[in-house]
Write a protein that binds this ligand. Structure first.
Ligand code: AMP
Ligand code: MG
Length: 397
């Protein structure tokens, strides 16, 4: 059986980024992956400008606090001032260009306007409240690397250098289906023995959250024929096929057999809890990942393995989650034989609390948690111990 680290390495080795690109208006690029590095043609800010509403002065003209200077001009944002005449001040507003000759801007709170003059009540420091040309970006500088995922800040950064469009990789197509004769779609009342197909909603959120195009093939009955038919269709329509359920060794588990029949299974089973029966294979040109049916197992294995795999397939460069050392506010005395990922929550005291029921069927734990405690094989925990914590913000989207 593979360890979780071995599985992740093997998956990333097999993940090849899509090559097709398209050029989109910056706002449409949200959630996409940048296909080529972007450089700035301009300097940002383009000119020295004021960080405050106040008065632009020459420091040399203010030998002592209380100096009175005539106000020689008024410079609003968007306007261009004249060179500052010696022994005068310029009224200036945030974002307005600092006039040549001025070497400090004094906040208006330290100034007193009296008629045509201003009394400067504090000693300015050289360069005070002046935002220098190019202090953000120099002309010619690389602002975004290829493989960057475009979020709000990246869109703003691109716009700040005047870019209207961005080259991005095409959207990855991900087909999902959900095996199980017991599954019913919400909206229909449950008959005895049935449960709702919650994995469909969890996976839809996860796949859409990454910016992939979801092809939802719905519930598939527990027969080899139905599983094969769904798999054949999914593998033709999508880059990656993801399923839930039917990957254990039960008599009604046909997913692995179907993948073996239509393609090949390359990995099966990972030594972790929750989520042991995970399958990776290839069917036609598509990657296949079969997740366990248990709702917590499906969620956790998606976050830990499928997310970095899909991000790499999308062309993203930075795909691994970060873990942090956080103190436990709980005890864990049951040394496990497999690596274990516990649903935990950061408490107001800065330490981690544990969801009381860590069963792989209890989806409430995932909605409650804001991260996973990553337990090594055999690890036990006493309150106050530092543990490895993976925040869900590192794992979702
Ligand atoms: P399986 O991996 O098919 O043996 O399923 C393991 C457990 O997960 C069983 O209790 C199933 O009823 C449950 N399960 C399987 N698929 C889903 C699903 N799509 N939504 C919610 N629970 C599921
Ligand atoms: Mg099943």
């Amino acid at each position: 059986m593979l360890s979780a680290d071995q599985l992740l390495d093997a998956l990333l080795e097999r993940a090849h980024g899509v090559s097709e690109t398209e050029t989109l208006p910056v706002t449409d690029a949200l959630g996409r992956v940048l296909a080529a590095p972007q450089t700035s043609a301009i300097t940002v800010p383009p000119m020295d400008n004021s960080a405050m509403d106040g008065y632009a002065v020459r420091v040399a003209d203010v030998a002592v606090a209380g100096v009175r200077l005539p106000v020689s001009q008024r410079i609003l944002a968007g306007a261009v001032g004249q060179p500052l005449q010696p022994v005068t001040a310029a009224r200036i507003f945030t974002g307005a260009p600092v006039p040549p000759g001025a070497d400090a801007v004094l906040m208006q709170e330290y100034c007193e306007a009296t008629g045509e003059d201003v009394v400067i009540n504090a000693m300015p420091r050289l360069g005070e409240n002046i935002r220098r040309a190019g202090e953000d970006i120099q002309a010619g500088a690389r602002i975004l690397a290829a493989g960057t995922r475009i979020g709000a800040a990246e869109m703003g950064l691109a716009a700040s250098v005047g870019l209207a469009e961005l080259p991005v990789f095409r959207r990855l197509k991900v087909a999902c289906f959900f095996t199980g004769d017991e599954l019913v779609t919400p909206g229909t009342p449950l008959q005895s023995g049935q449960i709702y197909n919650s994995n469909r909603y969890t996976l839809a959120g996860l796949v859409n959250g990454l910016g992939c195009e979801l092809i939802d093939l719905g519930i598939v009955p527990d027969t080899l024929e139905a599983t094969e038919a769904a798999l054949a269709r999914a593998s033709q329509e999508a880059d990656v096929v993801i399923t839930s359920g039917g990957v254990s060794v039960g008599e009604a588990d046909y997913v692995k057999a179907a993948v073996e029949k239509l393609g090949r299974v390359e990995m099966w089973k990972v030594a972790m809890k929750p989520g042991k029966p995970l399958v990776y294979g290839r069917v036609g040109n598509a990657d296949f990942i079969g997740l366990p049916g248990n709702p917590v197992s499906a969620f956790v294995t998606f976050c830990l393995f499928v997310r970095p795999f899909l991000l790499t397939r999308m062309g993203a460069a930075d795909v691994l989650y970060r873990a942090y050392a956080v103190q436990a506010d709980f005890a864990w005395t049951r040394a496990g034989a497999r690596r274990e990922f516990l649903r935990a929550r950061l408490q107001p005291n800065g330490k981690l609390g544990l969801f009381p029921n860590q069963s792989s069927g209890v989806l409430t734990s995932c909605a409650w948690a804001d991260g996973l405690v990553d337990l090594e094989i055999g690890q036990t925990i006493a309150p106050g111990d530092w543990v490895r914590f993976i925040p869900l913000t590192e794992l979702l989207a």
